[in-house]
Design a protein around this ligand. Structure first.
Ligand SMILES: Cc1ncc(COP(=O)(O)O)c(C=O)c1O
Length: 396
């Protein structure tokens, strides 16, 4: 049955003017470009979210954040996490952030030994490759393990625990950046994988920054498992960051949440957290509260729609491209290494297919591309057909 999102056309998205759809030009065949790179969805907002933003305008809520609004957001966030993921963080330890990136910056600055390197499994969310260096910290990339699959498959990417262990040993890193559900491979980690990570981190007396921004976006009955909730040791060494911005599509409203899971970190945050919290937008806090408290029906409908898009990708025949269908997130990893292109694959497919994807090199994953599936299904079908045709030309 048709869904209202099916009617969202590429032309309408281009007219909308968001970054995702504003790459200028046409492809080699004169077709308009399809924006499939930055991680946001093409769908209109949840009614509860739109209403909260409208109400904030009507009530002139453009002032600095009141403690009561922060407390309401923390309570709504904790209740959502408890219902959805079986972990109820203490609302007093859920603090506002402008975004998750600020959470990483603050964690490196305030919760790791001065000068200590930062471990990052790759491929990774692009800015995470740059943030440690900007804070004068060494970035240590740890490639994820990957079983090459003949058929489109999910679940074939995993953290390489031996490599992480060795990287901690040789670098003396103080922090592991753990993104789950994972951008860009779409992995949703199992309980035993989380336990394995804890063992390695504890062995080295290190900390974890758990980026769980994609937590509500899981498929096929998989449930997100908050890392800090996985054991007492994990709670003691973890700083978690999340946001309603991915699941409810409000990244421009600038609001995230830092979740502290031990008393020492909570006490330290009261000393050092002020500057990090300061950029949080008041309308973003009000909208995030509405999303967590009243946006569940909308979210479930979006998840069903995204699942249909995943099925479309799983059934697509993209010659020479290895597809990882995501277990979570709306981002899919396409490995185009076998095509043997002499240019970055995203450049080739932007020019020849008119589909703008994130190049794997920006994620630390050469030869790959990150495709955003969160678009109208007919537009995705068009995008996949174009990619298939452009890859078939090479394979011929
Ligand atoms: C894993 C991950 N972390 C962080 C972010 C950025 O979030 P924010 O805008 O809250 O910094 C993204 C955005 O795509 C992401 O995918």
């Amino acid at each position: 049955m048709a869904h209202p999102y099916d009617a969202l056309t590429a032309d309408a998205m281009r007219d909308g003017g968001s970054w995702k759809w504003s790459t200028p030009g046409v492809d080699a065949h004169g077709r308009g470009l399809i924006g499939a790179f930055v991680a946001e969805m093409d769908f209109p907002p949840a009614p509860a979210v739109a209403e909260a933003v409208r109400a904030s305008v009507d009530a002139n809520h453009f002032g600095y954040l009141a403690d009561a609004w922060v407390a309401e957001m923390a309570t709504a966030c904790a209740a959502f996490w408890a219902d959805r993921f079986g972990w109820a963080p203490d609302p007093d330890r859920i603090r506002p952030l402008p975004d998750v990136l600020t959470g990483l910056t603050a964690t490196i600055r305030h919760f790791t030994p001065p000068g200590s390197p930062v471990l990052l499994p790759t491929p990774a969310y692009m800015p995470f490759l740059r943030v440690p260096g900007m804070l004068d910290r060494e970035l240590v990339r740890v490639p994820m393990a990957h079983d090459k699959a003949d058929e489109p498959a999910d679940g074939d990417w995993s953290l390489d625990l031996d490599a992480l262990d060795a990287a901690f040993s040789t670098s003396g890193a103080g922090l592991l950046v753990l993104v789950n559900p994972h951008n860009p491979t779409g992995r949703v980690l199992r309980a035993e994988e989380l336990a394995g990570i804890t063992e390695v981190v504890e062995r080295h007396g290190a900390r974890v920054f758990a980026d769980e921004i994609h937590a509500p976006l899981t498929f096929d009955g998989r449930v997100h498992r908050p890392y800090a909730a996985s054991s007492a040791a994990a709670a003691a060494h973890t700083v978690t960051a999340t946001s309603a911005s991915k699941a409810w599509n409000l990244p421009g409203l600038k609001c995230g949440q830092l979740i502290l899971s031990n008393a020492d970190d909570a006490a330290r945050w009261t000393e050092v957290g002020y500057l990090s919290e300061h950029g949080t937008a008041t309308p973003g806090v009000l909208a995030s509260t509405a999303a967590y408290a009243h946006g569940r029906g909308w979210l479930d409908d979006v998840l069903t729609y995204l699942d249909g898009n995943r099925a479309l990708l799983a059934g697509a025949d993209l010659p020479g491209i290895e597809v990882t269908v995501p277990e979570g997130t709306y981002l899919a990893w396409l490995d185009a290494t076998a095509l043997g292109l002499e240019e970055p694959p995203s450049a080739y497919f932007t020019r020849e297919a008119g589909v703008v994807m994130t190049d794997g090199a920006a994620c630390g994953g050469l030869g790959g591309m990150r495709l955003n599936l969160a678009m109208a299904r007919p537009v995705l079908a068009d995008a996949l057909e174009r990619v298939a045709a452009a890859s078939a030309v090479i394979r011929r």
